[in-house]
Each structure stands twice: as structure tokens, then as C-alpha cells.
Design a protein around this ligand. Sequence first.
Ligand code: NAP
Ligand code: F7E
Length: 328
Amino acid sequence: MRALITGITGQDGSYLAEHLLSLGYEVWGLVRGQANPRVSRLRRLLKDVQLVRGDLLDQTSLMSAVEKVQPDEVYNLGAISFVPMSWEQAELTAEVTGMGVLRMLEAVRRRPGTRFYQASSSEMFGQVRETPQNERTPFHPRSPYGVAKAYGHFLTQNYRESYGMHAVSGILFNHESPRRGAEFVTRKVTLGVARIKLGLASELRLGNLSARRDWGFAGDYVRAMHLMLQSPEPEDYVIGTGRTQSVRELVEAAFTAAGLSYEDHVVSDETLYRPAEVDLLCADPKKARVQLGWEPTVPFEELVAMMVEADIRLLTDGRDPEQDASWG
Ligand code: NAP
Ligand code: F7E
């Protein structure tokens, strides 16, 4: 089996590539830019992945990539994925995170039989209409990112219905790991804790501590992506743990894991609040459990402790969190 992954240099791309390689796949990753530093990191760590150039903004490059790789499965993980950036660069977010899906679907449509996975997001639920959220819960996105993901989600459904494509969306709730980008709250917190523990900083500035998320481990979630494409019928699935914690609980767990007290270090900074917040997300992953046999394996407290430990090790070794994440 041959797979093509867009977004291979991101958190999920790296875990998915490892998982598919372990299953015997030939794995290709779409990479953009002339001197993308994350590509050299990827090359160091995943030597068996083959690379093809392309950009979600460039239809011709995607057609050429699909033509060259001739994949059996395409995983579209590429996106502008940081929610605050989607207000600052709303048009670019629409182009990459939204229109990028259209361009990938058009490239894949020309190769009948290729299966397509779209990285949809719990951010589409936004201001939630019910809790927990399942595959039938209506969308009310609260950011340009959420709106762009909703477009990609409906388009994937539409191409499935219009052209009979085996195209599915995974509606994934927040998933984290030591490879998470440093801008997202879990990694910002675990890196902040590591800096404070090592005497490199004394405070951590955060935004809204009351928001609640359903946080799981990225390594578990990429298994679900693969399982979705093996199902005989193309269908969409919610993937999450079914548990929800506040940012304050995350902060408390991370500081406690390092033997510190968060009240001594965390500063609430209103400039980090979002123009519109998603207050609460909690998945109902029953369909994935029953139909795919998928279960998350890493509980929240273990995930947070794993990330804190990895970041303390990273900084102790003098590595650069932006360049290395905790890949070593
Ligand atoms: P990530 O670490 O931010 O990775 C994003 C990837 O997109 C990077 O490889 C980046 O490549 C690539 N990319 C950005 N612009 C591109 C463009 N114009 N053309 C091609 N590639 C481009 O994201 P992640 O956490 O792994 O998430 C993977 C996917 O799942 C994303 O679509 C995200 O929106 C979605 N998602 C994530 C979560 C989560 O909790 N992690 C939950 C639900 C859905 P460069 O190296 O070139 O920048
Ligand atoms: O924020 C609050 C913030 O940036 C989580 C992406 O992968 O998951 C991710 O989106 C919560 C929000 O993730 C800070 O207001 C408080 O309520 O880690 P985050 P996100 O926005 O939930 C979804 C499913 C995706 O699809 C996205 O691609 O934490 N928060 N203080 C903060 N967040 C950040 N980043 N930084 C703070 O200082």
C-alpha cells in the first residue's frame, strides 16, 4: 500500500507516517517551501519517508504530486491549524485550510479508487448545541479556522456523494504530544513548566483558563485515521476521549507533575483572550469504538506528565524547542 500525507512535517503527520511505516506502507509526504527547516528534522527522524514537493495553494503542484506518487490512500493533514492566527490571516486560512481541501479532492478525483482522509476538527462545533458532541451535532464555528474546516468537511461529504469517492472526515478533538507545536496551550504550558523548573523563567502568561477541552494523545488519534480508511463504507467519525478538562486543570496537572504550584507562577493576560472563544468541547466517540474498535490509550494526567518530562529533558539537553520539539 502507498500513502501520500499532506502536512507530514506537523505533529500528526510524523505520528501517522511512523504508524503507516510500521504497517508496511510506502509513505510519501508532501512538503512545501525551498528551505523548510521542518523537512530536515523529518528527514533525520523518518528516513524511510519519501518526499514530493507541493503546496495546498497550488492546484497544479497537487495534481503532479498525486500523479507521481499514485497513492492508494491520501491523508490531507496540511492546514494553517493555529486558531488565533486564523483571525490575523483569515484569507490565507480560507485558502489553505478550506480551499486546500477542494484542490486535494480535485487532484485525487482524477485517480479512481484512491481513498481520501480529511482532517476535520471539533472546532467546527464551536458554540456547542449539545454535550457531548457526536457525528450528528450541528456546527457553529467560532473562528475563521473553524469556518474553513467546516467548508472542507462539507466538501469532502459532497465529493463522496457526487462522485462516489471513498472520502471520509475524522472530526478530531484536541490531541497532543511532546511533538505538539509550542504555540498550542498544552505545549506552551509544559515548556513553561520545564523552564520554571530549570530556573530559566519565573512566570507563565496565559489567556482564558476557564475554557474546557477534550485532550487525547496524538499517537492514538493517527491510528483512528488509518482505521477510518480501512472501513468498507466511507463514513465520518468523531474521535476524542469523552472526558473534558479546563485549561486551569491542565495547568495544575502540569505544575504538579514537576513538583511546583501553579498559583506561584501563572499570570492571566487578557491580551491572549480570543475574539470569540469555544468554551467547552467533549467528544462522544461511541461510533468509532463500536464500528472501528478504536479506543484512546493515554489518560489526560499521563499525557501531561509525559509532555512535562519530555520538555524538561529537551531543555536539560540544551536543545531548541522550536527546532527539535521533543523528537529525540
Ligand atoms: P500542525 O502541526 O500545525 O501541522 C500543519 C501542517 O500543515 C504542517 O506540516 C505544515 O507544513 C502544513 N502546511 C501548512 N500550510 C501548508 C500549505 N500551504 N501547503 C502544504 N502544507 C501546508 O497540525 P497538526 O496538529 O499535526 O494537525 C494536523 C491536521 O489536523 C491539521 O489539518 C489540523 O487543522 C487538524 N486537526 C488537528 C487537531 C489537533 O488537536 N492537533 C485536531 C483536529 C484537527 P510546513 O512545515 O510547511 O509549515
Ligand atoms: O487552545 C485556551 C484557548 O490553541 C486551547 C488546534 O489543534 O485543537 C486546537 O485548537 C484552549 C483555548 O487549541 C492560552 O483560549 C488559554 O480555549 O491549544 P489551543 P485549540 O484552539 O483548541 C483543535 C481541535 C484544532 O483543530 C486546532 O487545529 O486554551 N488558552 N491560554 C490558550 N491557548 C493558547 N494557544 N495559548 C494560551 O496562552
